[in-house]
Ligand binder design. Structure first.
Ligand code: PEP
Ligand code: MG
Length: 587
């Protein structure tokens, strides 16, 4: 409640949050069932009744997990659903189920309490294990136990991966893997009580194009499954139990948004240029084949950021060289001669698969992450580089190293790459020996020495999500600090400009692939800085193309000189809102 307010208007309860994906959704709420389960201990007279209840819940849970496994494997591929196979085994595990039954019989307690208390014991055992793979099993126990408790308590609905009705999903927070599991056809909108703009879960949600609002204070205290709700992802507001007038207004807004989106769709496949005819290249950020297809549909100059880590997440082992090669080759071939910039593994921080032995750290964002992890685990890094190099024989693949902080790391990474090239040569495996190599500029140190880095790379891509985090010392996932996480901060703008200028002087290509690249208020500023390559989520491509077509490049250069006269992030934001707010309102 500290930054946002809840206020009752005649039209319903308006709750302010942060809009992270534009559009209007109107529909019934589905509260993530994790939030609904409250277990109380009760003593029972008839243990047989409890055992029958338990057996019934086990049967239904088993069926649900099986359905889920079938559904998700048909949509997402076998490897991504291994966790549901584990859940299936757990619900049949004689040790786990035996202990639950034993507790009901010996302690005369209700079934849900027995499930929860036995699960807690198992969870503790797994969490205390040294092996990270086994440690991660604690989450599987939690998931299965919560499913059983939901069934025992007859909580309406189903889980997020198996929604039956089209719904607006409300939860405390979503993890990246939960978003992966959701059935996109059933989700009208997404609302979370917590969350930050640049978390990976939000980036994934946005790439679907469903209206989404995050950081909606106390929303779980006021909504229930089945409530009518409006989600305005453009304004960052949700309206609970809207009255007829409000519904009418928002239905109208929804219609306008859909009409405008249709108009935008006519820009698919067109080239991108400013109002005064200056060409701009738009690239897509991708992490799946679906994104590649979307990028092709909208018409892009290539994939500017292919986040490869997804292949390493949501599974319990490393992907093989063959699995990686298959994915990379497919993307490169589908892009048919257009650039695909593969970013090497960016694991760590808020993306750590359980099976990697990444030690717990007090400061994970400043720790063992991205290129640091790759250099320390050359076994993993070399396999990825091999797969990437092999894919370069099939199209225009490029390699980009994340979180480079200076020349030393760059040289080390390039050294490993050369070594892997030699291995491939020896084995007679085809690859492009001239493959272009670049870096992400997302650590302030790298931006400051971007003139030196420019001497040793073919291209750079400015990752502002992390550049802002590290420049302003604001954790990008900390909701209490989200008001301080600002791309409008003059320090961020100066670092971006410095990098663009250094690249231009050295004749090195530069793009920007953070969320800032698709911000309607900042596209004009970046154009003024001379940025010619923007890389963004697929669903932002047409919007960006339209915005750029409304702006004169020369005017933007003049506007930028006015911005340099401003001293605070707030002032810059206000200035951009005054000048370019009308562009934002169009969405
Ligand atoms: C960034 O940091 O701006 C970026 C694009 O990378 P990610 O969001 O995957 O960290
Ligand atoms: Mg980053």
């Amino acid at each position: 409640m500290s930054f946002y307010s809840i206020w009752g208007l005649t039209g319903g309860i308006y709750i302010k949050g942060i809009g992270v994906s534009s559009g209007i959704a109107i529909g019934r709420v589905f509260v993530d069932w994790k939030e609904q389960v409250e277990i109380e201990k009760e003593y029972v007279d008839d243990v047989e009744v409890e055992l029958d209840r338990l057996n019934a819940a086990i049967e239904v849970a088993g069926q649900e997990i099986k359905d889920l496994y079938d559904d998700v494997s048909s949509r997402l591929g076998r490897d991504e659903v291994e966790m549901f196979a584990t859940h299936g085994m757990m619900i049949e595990d004689s040790e786990f189920i035996g202990q639950i039954k034993g507790r009901i019989i010996t302690e005369n307690v209700n079934a849900e309490w027995a499930v929860r208390s036995v699960a807690d014991k198992f969870i503790q055992v797994f969490e205390d294990m040294d092996d990270d793979y086994l440690k991660a099993k604690a989450d599987d126990v939690k998931d299965v136990a919560t499913r059983m408790c939901r069934l025992l308590l007859h909580i309406e609905g189903s889980d997020l991966s198996n929604l039956r009705e089209k719904s607006i999903v409300v939860a405390k927070a979503f993890t990246a893997s939960e978003i992966v599991q959701m059935n996109r056809d059933k989700v009208l909108g997404v609302v979370s009580q917590e969350g930050t703009l640049t978390s990976h879960a939000v980036i994934m949600a946005r790439s679907w194009g469903v209206p989404a609002v995050i950081d909606v204070s106390n929303v779980l205290d006021v909504v229930e499954t089945g409530d009518m709700i409006v989600v305005d992802g453009s304004e960052g507001v949700v309206i609970l139990n809207p009255d007829e007038d409000t519904l009418h207004i928002y239905s109208e807004k929804q219609r306008e948004f859909v009409d405008f989106s249709k108009k935008l769709s006519q820009m698919a496949g067109k080239s991108t240029e400013s109002e005064d005819g200056y060409p701009i290249k738009l690239y897509a950020n991708a992490d799946t084949g679906r994104d590649v297809q979307g990028a092709l549909k909208n018409g892009v100059s290539g994939i500017g950021l292919f986040r490869t880590e997804r292949l390493y997440m949501d599974r319990d082992r490393l992907p093989t060289e063959g699995e990686q090669f298959g994915l990379y080759k497919k993307a490169v071939q589908e892009m048919g001669g257009k650039t695909v910039i593969f970013r090497t593994l960016d694991i760590g921080c808020d993306k750590i698969p359980g099976y990697l032995n990444v030690p717990d750290e007090d400061n994970p964002a400043l720790g063992y992450r991205a290129i640091r992890l790759s250099l320390a685990r050359a076994d993993i890094f070399r396999i990825q580089l091999k797969a990437l190099l092999r894919s370069s024989a099939f199209g225009k693949a490029k390699i980009m190293f994340p979180m480079i902080s200076g020349i030393e790391e760059l040289r080390l990474a390039k050294g490993v790459l050369e070594d892997v090239k030699n291995d491939l040569r020896k084995d007679g495996v085809p690859f492009n020996p001239e493959i272009e190599v670049g870096v992400m500029i997302e650590v302030p140190a790298a931006a400051v020495v971007s003139d030196l880095i420019a001497e040793e790379v073919d291209f750079m891509s400015i990752g502002t999500n992390d550049l802002i985090q590290y420049t302003l010392a604001v954790d990008r996932t900390n909701r209490n600090l989200s008001h301080l996480f600002s791309p409008f901060h003059p320090a961020v703008l100066r670092l971006v400009k410095m990098t663009i200028d250094n690249c231009r002087k050295a004749g090195v290509k530069v793009s920007l692939c953070g969320e800032m690249a698709s911000d309607s208020l900042l596209i004009p500023v970046l154009m003024g800085m001379g940025l010619e390559r923007f890389s963004m989520n697929v669903d932002s491509i047409l919007k960006a193309r339209w915005i750029i077509s409304q702006l004169g490049k020369k005017n933007m250069e003049d506007t930028l000189s006015e911005i340099w006269g401003l001293t605070t992030a707030k002032d810059v934001r206000r200035f951009c809102e005054d000048r370019f707010g009308s562009l934002k309102k169009a969405f």
